[in-house]
Design a protein around this ligand. Structure first.
Ligand SMILES: Cc1cc2nc3c(=O)[nH]c(=O)nc-3n(C[C@H](O)[C@H](O)[C@H](O)COP(=O)(O)OP(=O)(O)OC[C@H]3O[C@@H](n4cnc5c(N)ncnc54)[C@H](O)[C@@H]3O)c2cc1C
Length: 388
């Protein structure tokens, strides 16, 4: 993956303003698929005959087995997850379709996603309401005969700028008068449905994430889709969102550890080879402390991530919620600090685009907001701890 990074940069520079997967990623996908390194995130698969999901196109790894693989892909987060068809948001969307989709929905949307023939987006967050509280969501999904009509506005729909993102999973309210967590539903909205309008791309600290399809603001204006596009039943949206975001969070944390390892490797190399005031940076006490602290943070957080993966495998995602919340808070926070210190050791080069550090920083910083801000997870974890 690492030698492919400059190739990706060249291809991006040669195609300004274009959204979506570049040829270098397609070539890596072909090679990964030929080697059976494909859909590694998805449990089930032909090799796991004791698993009810066997044969679903997944690689059949447990979370515990997938964790170290995902960590390695974090070394090159723009290339490696996509190369193995293990990149968000497609992974979470495939899990939703795998776990809750009808046979027809699986045939139409899951299969092409598993084969990377199309991409997808997950549309929950809205500009007009505090979306960390998903019960605030204002988008309406109204039944009209054998159709549903979707109206609302979403943003931060990752991947949606990519024209290959053919399907959007949209969360909205089917019954605003139902109990608080039964008002929401999820529905499949094909990108080309009349009334779907991509308003604009958003950037993360100025990065547009063009090769992954960016992050879009999308207007849904009286969008009519067949009633069969509803995922599971009316009122199931909130619990599907919870089910979707659990594995997603641990995947992010696994990859973030790889980002931290790469930053530490770059910090170490730079400290060894750069001299200031008559000695190498590696001989400065403060740099040694940063390197030592990074090693402690990564080793201890890796153990917590592995414990969480093991719990998800053995007692289920629901009973691993406390640990999922703990790693979602602790890993991005620590890795952000490690990358920040690696930037500092690089001086001016650290904030430039000559090293991957600035982009890694932007990625891990946004992880402290995406899939629920730190404070929301801290509040949940604190509540659970106080109940014990
Ligand atoms: C790079 C990136 C990718 C994303 N991808 C997607 C995607 O694909 N699909 C999608 O639907 N969304 C996506 N999001 C959106 C993300 O999930 C939301 O931004 C997040 O859930 C927070 O919602 P909000 O922005 O409305 O913040 P708000 O809900 O307005 O919260 C703002 C702040 O209020 C504080 N706060 C909130 N609740 C509490 C509390 N209980 N206690 C203390 N403080 C609190 C927190 O500091 C929080 O950061 C993405 C975001 C980013 C940055």
């Amino acid at each position: 993956m690492l030698p492919a990074e400059p190739v990706l940069e060249e291809q991006l520079a040669a195609t300004p303003g274009e959204w979506g997967v570049r040829p270098v990623v397609r070539a890596l996908q072909e090679s990964a698929r030929a080697q059976g390194l494909w859909n590694l995130f998805l449990p089930g698969g032909e090799h796991s005959t004791d698993n009810p999901a066997a044969g679903n196109g997944g690689a059949g790894l447990t979370n515990l087995q997938y964790a170290p693989v995902a960590e390695v892909t974090g070394w090159s987060p723009r290339l490696a997850p996509a190369a193995f068809n293990c990149a968000a948001p497609d992974t979470g969307n495939m899990e939703v379709l795998n776990d809750f989709g009808t046979p027809e929905q699986k045939e139409q949307w899951l299969q092409p996603l598993l084969e990377a023939r199309i991409r997808s987006s997950f549309c929950m967050t809205e500009p007009d309401v505090a979306s960390s509280d998903a019960t605030n969501i204002g988008t309406r999904i109204r039944r009209d005969g054998d159709h549903y009509v979707v109206s609302g506005r979403k943003w931060w729909s990752t991947g949606a700028m990519n024209p290959d993102a053919a399907i959007f999973i949209v969360m909205g309210k089917t019954d605003p008068d139902a109990a608080r967590h039964r008002q929401q539903s999820m529905i499949l909205v094909p990108r080309d449905t009349p009334g779907v309008r991509i308003v604009r791309p958003l950037t993360v600290f100025g990065y547009d994430d063009r090769d992954h399809g960016g992050h879009a603001e999308i207007a849904f204006d009286e969008v009519r889709v067949p009633a069969a596009n509803l995922i599971a039943g009316e009122g199931d949206g909130f619990s599907i969102a919870q089910a979707r975001l659990g594995p997603g969070r641990i995947h992010h944390c696994m990859r973030a550890l790889g980002m931290g390892e790469r930053a530490l490797a770059l910090m170490t190399e730079r400290a060894r080879t750069r001299e200031a005031f008559g000695r190498s940076l590696a001989e400065q006490g403060v740099v040694r402390e940063w390197v030592a602290e990074a090693r402690i943070q990564l080793e201890s957080l890796r153990l917590l991530v592995l414990k969480t993966a093991w719990l998800m495998d053995t007692v289920g995602n629901k009973h691993a919620m406390t640990e999922i919340q703990a790693i979602k808070i602790a890993v991005p926070r620590a890795v952000q600090q490690i990358i920040d210190r690696a930037i500092q050791v690089h001086g001016g080069a650290g904030v430039s685009s000559d090293t991957p550090l600035a982009e890694l920083y932007a990625g891990v910083r946004s992880l402290r907001i995406a899939d629920g801000p730190d404070e929301v997870h801290l509040a949940g974890l604190g509540r659970a701890q106080l109940r014990t």
